[in-house]
Design a protein around this ligand. Structure first.
Ligand code: F0G
Length: 362
């Protein structure tokens, strides 16, 4: 049988093949990732007085941006004859690696900080048959061990230290430029292990070099205040934040993230857990986009640039005619615990039209 992998979406390798490290002989492992919505957000735009678009990466096959890089990393791993994938993860990478490994028919081991992975993500890795290894340590410990295992040669590491991951993830920048017909003026996104900010910056630069855009955006990355090594310029031994996806104290792409934000005349800033959660709720209630807490860092960051004098980047510096893109990195259903705890007082009503009418508030 020789059907196209997926229809109508073809996946990032088919769409951007000429920009990626693949050849005709690379076997393509795809779940139809990419082509995610770039949503113009009228209420968000009104609140900040600038045109704001949200790149909704939760619309990828496993619900996060990781799938863009994983299709390339797993395709290349298969091409090289790899039989076992491994990654350290705060959750999303493991969910994506597990799915693409299953798709490729190879095995996958995921090393995760024990008890610290959001429910939905752990379920995804389990459902796709990954070998789950809960580690008595945090993400930084997990990545250190996985790096060492990778050096021993029999395992392929699919964390963003694998350049094929970054290559795939840069396609998000291509999609934004293709949709807007040029690069935006500002790009805001959450920062954890710092692979994504590195990838976007590579994508924007590559597209400009190929004359697909006339400008480059300022890259503004947001870390959670309790897990902000790049912002504070020191390793955080015990990172803490409600946003478990970005609970990272020693990011692998630290230097590249610094380069991206300084070369682009952007910034790295922090947002508190309270700001993250309130931005998560605001975005869901005002724009209908439900994201996980870590993803809300870009939105919380935008509000900070707008409302707080302490922001590293003040919105007053941003001309009113500017276009701003905020990436939201993962779907809200992956990490539902905080919102679930707010739903406890739902009470049932008798099954009559009158009771339901009253409950609706009419
Ligand atoms: N947002 C979400 C939802 C994530 O899962 C991650 C990283 C980030 C943002 C930060 O991206 O690391 O490229 O700066 N998650 C990794 C994981 C660490 O294991 O799933 P980054």
């Amino acid at each position: 049988m020789d059907y196209k992998t997926t229809t109508p979406k073809s996946g990032v390798i088919e769409r951007y093949r000429e920009y990626l490290p693949v050849t005709e002989s690379t076997p393509i492992v795809s779940l139809g990732e990419g082509s995610t919505p770039l949503v113009f957000c009228p209420r968000l735009s009104k609140r900040v007085g600038r045109a704001v678009f949200v790149k909704n990466e939760g619309a990828n096959p496993t619900g996060s941006f990781k799938d863009r890089g994983m299709t390339v990393a797993v395709s290349k791993a298969i091409e090289r004859g790899s039989k076992v994938l491994i990654c350290a993860s705060t959750g999303n990478t493991s969910a994506s690696a597990a799915a693409y490994a299953a798709r490729a028919g190879i095995s996958c081991a995921v090393v995760l900080p024990a008890g610290k992975i959001a429910t939905g993500k752990l379920l995804q890795a389990f459902a796709c048959g990954a070998k789950i290894i809960p580690l008595e340590g945090n993400f930084d410990d997990a990545l250190r061990i996985v790096r060492q295992l990778g050096e021993q040669g029999d395992l392929t590491v699919v964390n963003s230290i694998n350049p094929d991951r970054i290559a795939g993830q840069k396609t998000a920048a291509f999609e934004i430029v293709d949709a807007l017909s040029d690069a935006p003026d500002f790009h805001l996104l959450p920062v954890g292990n710092a692979g994504n900010v590195t990838a976007y910056w590579a994508g924007y630069r590559e597209y400009r070099a190929r004359k697909k855009s006339t400008k480059l955006p300022a890259m503004i990355g947001f870390q959670a205040a309790g897990a902000a090594p790049i912002f504070y310029n020191r390793v955080v031994e015990k990172p803490e934040t409600v946003a478990s996806a970005i609970r990272i104290g020693n990011p692998a792409s630290w230097k590249q993230a610094r380069a991206a934000t300084s070369e682009s005349r952007g910034a790295i800033d922090v947002v508190t857990d309270e700001e993250l959660l309130s931005a998560q709720t605001w975005l869901a209630r005002h724009e209908g986009i439900f994201v996980e807490p870590a993803s809300a860092a870009s939105i919380a960051g935008l509000f900070k640039c707008c409302d707080s004098k302490e922001a590293t980047y003040l919105l007053q510096k941003i001309p009113e005619e500017s276009q701003i893109v905020c990436t939201v990195t993962g779907h809200g259903l992956k990490d539902p615990d905080v919102i679930t705890s707010k739903m406890k007082d739902l009470r049932s009503v008798p099954a009559t039209v009158d009771d339901v009418r009253r409950a609706v508030g009419l």
